[in-house]
Write a protein that binds this ligand. Structure first.
Ligand SMILES: [Fe+2]
Ligand SMILES: [Fe+2]
Length: 197
């Protein structure tokens, strides 16, 4: 559902920006740096969340295999941002050690609460990241077509992860609504800080 909504919004935005011919805009250097810095941080955090969940469920359990599929994609994402951070000479966030611990703790603690809670964590995190990637696509100009392609592919992966969480009954986790709001707020705060620090 979320992926359909975001794709509709993306195609609407495309039509509007064509009308205004703003698709030729040049990306501000500061905006580019913030995008790469925060995405690098977010993908790093995502690998740690899934590491934390796999540490609890084990790689070979049924759910562990599903999580490993998402973790493998997060690994591809972080490797790409490791390249981009060097290519564009962007300073990484100083908070990587914090996101290492916070990401693992979030993954492990939700996994300890049960399978549905772990999937509720995935749904909340991936919802925020999917929407955040969409916002970035709207900010980037045509001078960064390759980066836009990368972000658009990663957005689709994150929305797939979100949908996997929903399919695994995330919404029936105990305290789903409160937990989702707390995790979403945490992710949004981490995003705001990692852009700058
Ligand atoms: Fe990712
Ligand atoms: Fe993801």
């Amino acid at each position: 559902m979320l992926s359909i909504y975001i794709k509709i919004m993306a195609s609407k935005k495309k039509k509007t920006s064509k009308k205004n011919s703003s698709s030729n805009k040049i990306t501000n250097r500061e905006v580019l740096e913030e995008i790469i810095r925060v995405d690098h941080a977010g993908e790093y955090g995502a690998t740690k969340i899934y590491d934390g969940q796999i540490a609890i469920f084990g790689k070979n359990s049924k759910l562990g295999k599903t999580i490993q599929h998402m973790a493998d994609q997060e690994q591809e994402h972080i490797e790409k941002f490791n390249e981009l951070i060097l290519e564009h000479r962007v300073r990484p966030t100083a908070l990587l050690p914090l996101w290492n611990i916070a990401g693992f703790a979030l993954g492990a603690s939700t996994a300890l609460m049960g399978e549905k809670a772990a999937m509720a964590c995935t749904v909340a995190v991936e919802k925020v990241i999917g929407e955040h990637y969409q916002e970035q696509l709207n900010l980037l100009g045509d001078d960064h077509k390759d980066l836009k392609k990368t972000i658009s592919k990663f957005r689709d992966d994150e929305l797939e992860h979100h949908d996997i969480g929903i399919e695994h009954d995330a919404e029936n986790a105990p305290g789903y609504k409160v937990m989702s709001k707390v995790i979403e707020l945490g992710c949004k705060t981490a995003i705001a800080i990692s852009k700058k620090v």
